[in-house]
Design a protein around this ligand. Structure first.
Ligand SMILES: [Zn+2]
Ligand SMILES: [Zn+2]
Length: 199
């Protein structure tokens, strides 16, 4: 073994490498109310040194954390165990969001321990059957059309609220555009729910 390799073996570089390997091998924490945060874009695969746990992690939280301090980069493990929200007195979804006003079951988990999502204006987190729904991601008419029956109540509400019964606004939703639908699913009855916004 060369001298330089010996030095590396006893030094920080290899130690970091071991640490890194362990973090990379760790399965992503599961989020009951945000089951596929990679698909929704809330998390991205990117190696970071998390500012909360100080560990090298293979995923970065790609949405906003609401806190006085800038908490970036942040890993999903520090979201899941509540340490990011606790240490920085912050949250990932506004606790005053209309859908959370009745404090449905899972309220604290959604607000403090679940990756949020970014809308155009005011994000909401919908609930059904007394519990917070799981957020499935942004949707457009293409994704909504096959779910029209299941979403009948929300679609009627959106059309009435926006006075667009003739040419309903939801037909103009686009998952990558403006306005956008945000699809949720009830964890108790499997029903779908829809929030939307635009500029
Ligand atoms: Zn972390
Ligand atoms: Zn339900």
């Amino acid at each position: 073994m060369s001298k330089s390799k010996k030095r590396a073996a006893a030094g920080d570089t290899v130690g970091e490498g071991v640490f890194q390997h362990r973090a990379l091998g760790e399965p992503l924490p599961s989020f009951r109310y945000h089951p596929d945060p990679l698909a929704t874009g809330a998390l991205v695969a990117e190696e970071i040194d998390c500012v909360v746990c100080d560990l090298r992690r293979p995923y970065r939280y790609a949405q906003t954390m609401y806190a006085f301090d800038e908490v970036e980069p942040l890993c999903p493990w520090c979201i899941a165990d509540g340490s990011a929200a606790e240490r920085h007195d912050g949250c990932f979804t506004d606790s005053a969001a209309p859908g959370l006003r009745a404090k449905p079951e899972g309220f604290a988990e959604v607000v403090y321990r679940t990756p949020g999502y970014a809308g155009w204006q005011q994000e909401d987190w919908l609930a059904h059957c007394g519990e917070c729904c799981a957020y499935l991601g942004p949707v457009g008419w293409k994704e909504i059309e096959p779910l029209q029956k299941q979403l009948a109540d929300d679609l009627a509400r959106i059309a009435a609220e926006t006075r667009t019964e003739v040419d309903p606004i939801y037909r103009h939703f686009h998952r990558d555009g403006n306005p956008t639908g945000y699809l949720f699913r009830c964890l108790r009855c499997d029903g779908y729910r829809l929030h939307w916004d635009g500029t």
